[in-house]
Design a protein around this ligand. Structure first.
Ligand code: NAD
Length: 230
């Protein structure tokens, strides 16, 4: 039997149990900085050192975090499905959890771009960027276009099952993006999900944190599989 296409759309919530702050964590890293200072092209132009320092810090912190059970279970799903992960996250926890097909809409902390040619993306690991490097973080800032959007739209249109984990949908284009899916089973794992974004489409809400929610979903999908085989 041909494998079904399962698309997973993730946000900061999937990494929260790995100890990575979500955007809106009280007193988290993001709370102590103005978005316009550290996450816009204008902010970078104004003070490159400040912005580099912010991402140097994030890069170092992230490199010490470990994938959690949700990242791991997502990679196990590849045994039974063609899995594509479309993530807003800039951490590498999906890859380090074993997932092989990950689209990073908002860039990746462990990569950098040359300032002389910003299409030149370089793997950088957990090293800091210094003044002399003439580089910028490979991060999509507010006001910039998300990456691989056409590839993401194609995957979502071709999805047979859609799973959403840990996102507030506060970034507006993401609502339109996930709504490109057809009338297919949709599962949304989040302790506090936005229940309005799918309009009339039927959604199964799993109101749990990512790790527990993913293990519940894993059981649901296994049960569905048994029914399909009988
Ligand atoms: P958000 O902070 O706006 O929303 C987080 C969502 O996760 C909320 O809906 C919340 O209810 C949910 N959540 C909190 N704890 C959870 C848990 N343990 N399990 C499951 N869900 C949980 O994040 P967003 O929607 O991803 O948008 C914020 C933007 O900030 C994105 O563009 C992202 O690139 C960026 N960001 C990325 C990271 C990362 O790479 N890990 C971290 C912070 C922010």
């Amino acid at each position: 039997m041909e494998k079904e296409n399962l698309v997973v759309f993730t946000g900061a919530g999937v990494s929260a149990e790995s100890g990575v702050d979500t955007f809106r964590t009280d007193n988290g890293l993001w709370m102590n900085h103005k978005v316009e200072d550290v996450a816009t092209p204008e902010g970078f132009k104004k003070d490159k050192d400040k912005v580099n320092e912010f991402y140097n810090n994030l890069r170092e912190l992230e490199s010490k975090k470990k994938p959690n059970g949700a990242h791991m279970l997502l990679s196990h799903l590849e045994d039974d499905y063609n899995v594509t992960i479309v993530t807003q996250n800039v951490d590498s926890l999906h890859e380090r959890g074993g997932s092989s097909n990950v689209i990073h809409l908002h860039g990746e902390l462990n990569k950098v771009r040359s300032l002389s040619n910003t299409n030149d993306v370089i793997y950088w690991g957990d090293k800091p960027i210094t003044k002399e490097d003439n580089l910028r973080p490979h991060i999509v800032w507010f006001g910039e276009q998300p990456l691989d959007i056409n590839k993401s739209i194609k995957s979502i249109k071709e999805a047979d099952i859609m799973v959403i984990i840990g996102t507030s949908f506060n970034i507006e284009y993401t609502i339109e993006l996930v709504n490109r899916c057809g009338l297919i089973p949709i599962y949304f794992i989040d302790p506090n999900p936005d229940t309005t974004i799918f309009g009339d489409k039927e959604v199964t809400f799993i109101r749990e944190k990512a790790v527990k929610g993913m293990s519940q979903l894993y059981e649901i999908l296994n049960k569905e599989k048994e029914i399909n085989y009988n």
